[in-house]
Design a protein around this ligand. Structure first.
Ligand code: SF4
Length: 274
């Protein structure tokens, strides 16, 4: 590996975990390991990060360092959901934009990279950030390569030819638990089966998401249809429950129909944002 400093932009999910395993298997060095936290991950993600931190320490890597938004208002809000509830709005992804990610994920990391370089008295160009897009995500990698960054960026999973399957296998090889998807629990990019899983596993978080949606729709400053960008979570759950009385087969058909209703899949690359 060339000289300089190496930092993992840890998204808390499969790709980042696999990248840690690959780095260790190749005897590569890691100087920083940072996770930008919106304050709204699902509990499983926080538990996984703690588990991965212990493993990192056991192999001589830095533990995961959690970064938070540092503006005075972000410190006051403490989470993206609190900001949305205060402003009676939805995360920008629900309107087709990515400023929620820029503000709560990218900005804290960039601040960290700047401070990291300053602390060591080096230019940011001496830092290499490992970004967790895998070999199956070429369009994201191309967009990342085209972006201007003060740090260098490397897409190790792509360099190693690791797609999803190889990442899962690497995590299993290291004896680590497989992480779930890391994203805000209310992310407008959520698939419909993920909304149902949120209701099953974390009804209190679903209630917070639905309250965010209700407040935003009641506010005349928003033109959103709902948290799903093209659909309303609460209305869809009601339709789903109404379909439930017609039996499981009908329900499955409805879920399939709703999930493939020509709604473009939203691209949430937050886990690997840097
Ligand atoms: S996970 Fe979704 S809601 Fe959260 S910051 Fe990223 S795009 Fe926005």
């Amino acid at each position: 590996m060339t000289a300089g400093y190496f930092i993992l932009a840890n998204g808390g999910g499969t790709n980042s975990t696999a990248m840690l395993v690959g780095l260790h298997e190749r005897g590569m060095r890691l100087d920083g390991n940072v996770f930008a936290d919106t304050g709204d991950e699902k509990p499983e993600t926080y538990a996984h990060l703690a588990h991965v931190s212990d493993w990192c320490e056991s192999v001589g890597f830095p533990r995961v360092e959690v970064l938070r938004g540092r503006t005075p208002q972000q410190i006051k809000d403490a989470s993206l959901s609190a900001e949305c509830l205060r402003l009676e709005t939805l995360p920008s992804k629900a309107f087709g934009f990515s400023s929620c990610s820029m503000k709560w994920k990218v900005a804290p990391q960039r601040l960290y990279f700047g401070q990291f370089a300053e602390r060591l008295g080096v230019a940011q160009s001496e830092l290499t950030v490992f970004v967790g897009f895998d070999a199956d995500e070429q369009s994201r990698i191309e967009r990342g390569r085209a972006a201007q960054n003060p740090t260098q960026q490397r897409y190790l999973l792509d360099e190693w030819g690791w797609g999803r399957e190889e990442c899962i296998a690497a995590i299993a090889r290291a004896g680590l638990t497989q992480p779930g998807k890391s994203a805000c629990f209310f992310c407008p990019s959520s698939k419909k089966h993920e909304i149902l899983a949120l209701r099953r596993d974390h009804p209190e978080l679903l209630a917070r998401a639905l309250e965010m949606e209700r407040l935003a729709l009641a506010s005349d400053k928003n033109r959103a249809v709902g948290l799903g960008r093209s659909f309303n979570w609460a209305a869809w759950l009601n339709e789903y429950d109404a379909a439930a009385v017609q039996g499981q087969a009908f329900l499955d058909a409805q879920l399939d129909l709703f999930s493939n209703a020509g709604i473009p899949e939203l691209d949430c690359a937050c886990g690997a944002a840097a």
